[in-house]
Structures are given as structure tokens and as C-alpha cells.
Design a protein around this ligand. Sequence first.
Ligand code: VLP
Length: 134
Amino acid sequence: MPVDFSGTWNLISNDNFEGYMVALGIDFATRKIAKMLKPQKVIKQDGDSFYIHTTSTFRDYLLQFKIGEEFEEDNKGLDNRKCKSIVTWENDKLVCVQTGEKKNRGWTHWLEGDDLHLELRCENQVCKQVFKRA
Ligand code: VLP
């Protein structure tokens, strides 16, 4: 039985989001707004199919994928760069590699106790987010 990430999750900490956004080329004004946000994630996991909806008062981002199937990701409302993404299991961690213009881009989700963790990577920057169940 794989880990089940399903649920509604609220952000409680966000380490080096600024560095991650700078690496993505997000402009100053957008970064100022974005770093004040407390996004919520709604995750639906059904076998190999995932729905991850990140919502905030400013912008939303919906990602749907199947494990092991590469897809085109548009990052609309984020940095708007297109990339080829693939998500796989590495033990109990969900690992996404986002291949495109930015080197070393991707993210990893895992559960630790009752918390949802997310590491966001771009170039030499790592942002670490923690969410609690709503
Ligand atoms: C862009 C960078 C903030 C900042 C401007 C807009 C959506 C894993 C993965 C699923 C993400 C979240 C990406 C955050 C990048 C912000 C708007 C913030 C709310 O999550 O769960 O896509 O990549």
C-alpha cells in the first residue's frame, strides 16, 4: 500500500521561497505578494493518478498527472515556462523532475508524522514547505 497524500493541507512554514522564486525569475512585485501567501493544497490520489490543486488568494495552480507518464507542464500563473515533467515514487516520496530551460528543477513530496512536506528545487535554490491537515 503506497502512502496516501489525499486531503486538504494548509501551509505552516515556507523556508527560502524567496530564493526559489528568484531562481525562477519571478519579478519583485510578484514575489512581495507571493511570500505573504498561505497557500492551501487539495490532493486527490487515486491509484497512479494525482490531482494537486494549490490555491491562494492571489493565484491557483492545478496539476494532474499519472505516475511514470511524462507530460507537458505549462506552469501557468507561476513562471509560465513550459517544461516536460515526470513524477515517480522513490520509496514513499513522490519525486517530480521538470526538464526545461531551468536546470535542476523539480519537487519532492513526502509525509512526516501528520505533516505534508514539499521541497521545491530550481538551479541552486531549495525551498522547503510544510503543511498541516486543514
Ligand atoms: C511562483 C512560484 C504564487 C510565484 C508566484 C505565484 C499557487 C507540488 C507542486 C504542484 C508547486 C507550487 C509552486 C509554487 C511556485 C511559486 C502563487 C502561489 C500559489 O506545487 O505540490 O504543482 O509547484
